[in-house]
Design a protein around this ligand. Structure first.
Ligand code: NAD
Length: 259
């Protein structure tokens, strides 16, 4: 079968968690979901983030726009209730969320604090597991769960430090969730982009050097932009990707194959 992607998400309902601004990977994904016809629920972190996200949610014509700090159970409850009330189901969810306290993010892993590590693990990894648990009963007709990882999960990437083991746990969670939810037709995948200039990335030490090094090494001479990641996210959400689950998919101009 040659899959036609045009408008293949028409009538599909998706949740996007992780838009901070127009540079966010989640925004690139949201645009791609919309281009294929999906209807979106968009969240924002807090009141400070809201004015940056609201115009984007309006542009995306999101009928649901709610706060969601993944550590705030009451907000997550309210979000789940809104999805159930408005749509009665959910077809896909994108988790594009990561955080580590700056002192821990910029230190050696060896020196990371217990609190910093646990916070990073909770927000960047376990929140995806919680999202899967919340989504499962809503994905009555199967579904797709997506998250974002980075090459530093698999090998040492200078200055990625603390986030390396956190993303490794996230990638492993993708495999176990794919195994556990597969029988319900729920597919679980991660996209691993190369470095992209976003707000989260700007917290990494020497990010600009890292970006230029990766770009120079990448076989295609370029890394991914948020729309490239969005195209993959949207594809993974369509029925054309119905046999793909448990995968970590690189979208990085081929950088990951380089030694
Ligand atoms: P970004 O800053 O635009 O997005 C990060 C998002 O995480 C923000 O929207 C922020 O509000 C959200 N977030 C942080 N703490 C949260 C919490 N407690 N509850 C809810 N949301 C919270 O940066 P981005 O680069 O688009 O990051 C998105 C994902 O992509 C992250 O998982 C990141 O690790 C991953 N990623 C980024 C790069 C890169 O180079 N930018 C590369 C590979 C993977």
């Amino acid at each position: 079968m040659i899959a036609r992607l045009d408008r293949t998400l028409e009538g599909r309902k998706g949740l996007v968690v992780g838009i901070a601004n127009a540079q966010s990977i989640a925004y690139g994904c949201a645009r791609a979901f919309r281009a294929l016809g999906a209807e979106l629920a968009v969240t924002f972190l807090n009141d400070k983030a809201r004015p940056h996200v609201e115009p984007l949610a309006e542009e995306l014509q999101a009928p649901i726009f709610l706060p969601c700090d993944v550590q705030d159970e009451a907000q997550v409850d309210a979000l789940s209730a809104a999805l159930r009330e408005r749509w009665g189901r959910l077809d896909f969810a994108l988790h594009a969320v990561a955080f580590a306290p700056k002192p821990d993010l910029q230190a050696r892993l060896t020196d990371s604090s217990r609190e910093g590590f646990l916070t990073a693990m909770d927000i960047s990894c376990h929140s995806f597991i919680r999202l899967a648990r919340r989504a499962e009963p809503l994905m009555t007709d199967g579904g797709t769960l997506l998250t974002l990882s980075f090459a530093g999960a698999e090998r040492v990437v200078r200055n990625y430090d603390l986030m390396g083991p956190v993303k490794a746990a996230l990638e492993c969670a993708v495999r176990y969730l794919a195994y556990e939810l597969g029988p319900k037709g729920i597919r679980v995948n991660a996209i691993s982009p190369g470095t992209i200039h976003t707000r989260a990335a700007s917290g990494l030490k020497d990010f600009d050097t890292m970006f230029l090094e990766e770009q120079r090494k990448a076989p295609l001479g370029r890394l991914a932009e948020i729309d490239d990641v969005g195209a993959m996210a949207a594809f993974l959400t369509t029925p054309a990707a119905r046999a793909i689950t448990g995968m970590i998919i690189y979208v990085d101009g081929g950088y990951h194959i380089m030694g």
